[in-house]
Design a protein around this ligand. Structure first.
Ligand code: C2O
Length: 538
């Protein structure tokens, strides 16, 4: 149940939107192959939907959740039963609201274990702990984004980062509630990190402990050992940690990775504490000050972020295609709208409003119908299928002298149509318009292989030599490097309408999104199921 709940953080009590009164919301623990039926009842005063981030939703796009894409919102007082089956995915995913900025507080973990008779591809850990990174606003996040939309300026930043809903003891009034992770000396624990923050990529370290990455975005990886993780919003990372240090208290700490230039930042740090079972964590007597991680990178450390991404590999040889049906090239980046008479214009120079785009199209969410419903019933006028495969003109994407014409994207609801089963290879190219920035791009309904990443302008001749056709990582969200590019590949084998967007919510608000329309294949098993009877309508 989506409802309003009073919660005390940073010295003050606020009413926030929660699920079942919990913040973070309840953890769903399921097995691969399970069918989930989740009845969502909206008792809040806002429209709401829930998205099951990373779930493939094969033929069940109606349960995917983004508002005005696969369903209209659940109105206050309404409800909707999400029904889907988990097929071929194991590891950590999560769920979150997909309506305005409601996901600031409406999110939780979704843990998928192997089927009953199957095991992990690593020794069974003695404990498993979801560790959800988030962001806390003293203000109501919905008011924050509404105000930014009204003025055209940038929204206020959050007041704290959080781990499992708690800012931790480096923030005011947060000491006693710091998230504790109890462990035993000598054991190996599986920590399931999720970045649920609204607008920030985050570095994570644990004082004096190494982490062995075994999965990202519910795809297993070749185990690799590191002392720093970087998670973009939307991403998950499962790590094994062996408690091999002297038994005491150790910080698990996270702070922002800020890739944009000239972004003032207050590098505040959220903490949880690994507490060895040693009596040192007892509530009686003074607590021992935890050891602080030596390795937490500076907030602008792009090389630490890049190094982590480069370490992730699929466990074995995977099936990638050298013969591709659709070569696509999408720019991702910010832009500006010129002010119209009567508009507030708090963007740069006080005569613009912030915008963002892919291939210079700034995505407009429809209001009268969902894209999927309009597609299924062939209702005209809701969208067009002419999203461009390439940018309107080629330019020096990461250069300083970008033509002013490209600063103003075209607002539209454009989809890119894909034939069922086609092999899609997509270059995602960051632009330096307004400011270059690392953009975490997430595709609904699909996992993809990241063939390569790099800096500068993608060079189709030279950069293909960097493509990993052997063991590229499989993910649902790729952090496209600042002033750089990433190349991804997937097979369009899931019919429906699938949103692709930057997972920094401020950028979705500004239009950094598009959608693929994947046609049905042959026969029932390659076709979208009919809509559920309780599908919310506009
Ligand atoms: Cu995690 Cu479109 O979302």
């Amino acid at each position: 149940m989506i409802q309003e709940t009073p919660v005390k953080r940073l010295c003050k009590t606020h009413n926030i939107i929660t699920v079942n009164g919990q913040y973070p919301g309840p953890t769903l623990e399921v097995r691969e192959g399970d069918t989930l039926v989740i009845n969502v009842v909206n008792r809040a005063q806002y429209n709401a939907t829930i998205h099951w981030h990373g779930i493939r939703q094969i033929r069940t796009g109606w349960a995917d959740g983004p508002e005005f894409v696969t369903q209209c919102p659940i109105r206050p007082g309404g409800s909707y039963k999400y029904r889907f089956t988990i097929q071929g995915q194991e590891g950590t995913l999560w769920w979150h609201a997909h309506s305005s900025w409601l996901r600031a507080t409406v999110y939780g973990a979704l843990i998928i274990r192997p089927r009953e008779n199957k095991t992990y591809p690593f020794a069974k850990p003695s404990r498993e702990v979801p560790v959800i990174l988030g962001e806390w606003w003293d203000a109501n996040p919905i008011d924050v984004i509404r105000e930014a939309q009204r003025t055209g300026g940038g929204p206020n930043v959050s007041d704290a980062f959080t781990i499992n809903g708690q800012p931790g003891d480096l923030y005011k009034c947060s000491n006693k509630e710091t998230t504790a992770i109890p462990v035993k000396a000598g054991e190996t624990a599986l920590l399931r990190f999720i970045n649920a923050a609204l607008n920030h990529e985050l570095f994570v370290t644990i004082a004096q402990h190494k982490m062995t990455v075994v999965a990202t975005d519910a795809s297993y990886t070749k185990p690799f050992t590191t002392s720093v993780l970087m998670l973009a919003p939307g991403q998950t990372t499962d790590v094994l940690v062996t408690m091999d240090q002297p038994p005491t208290r150790y910080y698990v700490a996270a702070r922002a990775y800020v890739s944009g230039q000239n972004v003032a930042f207050d590098n505040t740090t959220t903490t949880a504490v690994l507490e060895y079972d040693c009596g040192c964590a007892s509530d009686f007597g003074p607590k021992i000050q935890p050891a602080f991680p030596a390795a937490l990178p500076a907030f602008n450390d792009t090389s630490a972020a890049t190094a982590f991404a480069a370490g992730i590999r699929s466990p074995d040889r995977v099936k990638v295609h050298e013969n591709v049906d659709e070569y696509l090239f999408f720019t991702v980046g910010l832009g500006l709208f010129n002010c119209k008479p009567g508009q507030l214009c708090a963007g740069p120079n006080n005569n613009t409003r912030f915008a963002a785009s892919m291939n210079n199209v700034s995505f407009v969410f429809p209001q009268t119908d969902s894209l999927l419903h309009a597609h299924y019933y062939k209702i005209p006028g809701v969208f067009t299928t002419d999203f461009p495969a390439y940018p309107p003109v080629q330019f020096d994407y990461t250069g300083q002298n970008v033509s002013q014409a490209l600063w103003q994207p075209v607002p539209a609801t454009k989809l890119y149509p894909l034939r069922f089963g086609s092999v899609v290879q997509l270059v995602l190219q960051d632009t330096s318009i307004v400011t270059p920035e690392n953009h975490p791009i997430h595709i609904h309904g699909y996992d993809f292989f990241i063939l390569a990443e790099g800096f500068g302008n993608f060079d189709p001749k030279k950069d293909v030599e960097k493509f990993n056709y052997v063991d590229p990582p499989q993910r649902n969200t790729v952090a496209v490097p600042v002033n750089g590019w990433a190349v991804i590949q997937f097979v369009a084998d899931n019919p429906g309408v699938w949103l692709m967007h930057c997972h920094l919510d401020v950028h979705i608000t500004w239009g950094l999104a598009m959608a693929f329309l994947v046609e049905d294949g042959y026969g029932e098993l390659q076709s979208l199921e009919p809509p559920p009877v309780d599908l919310p309508m506009c």
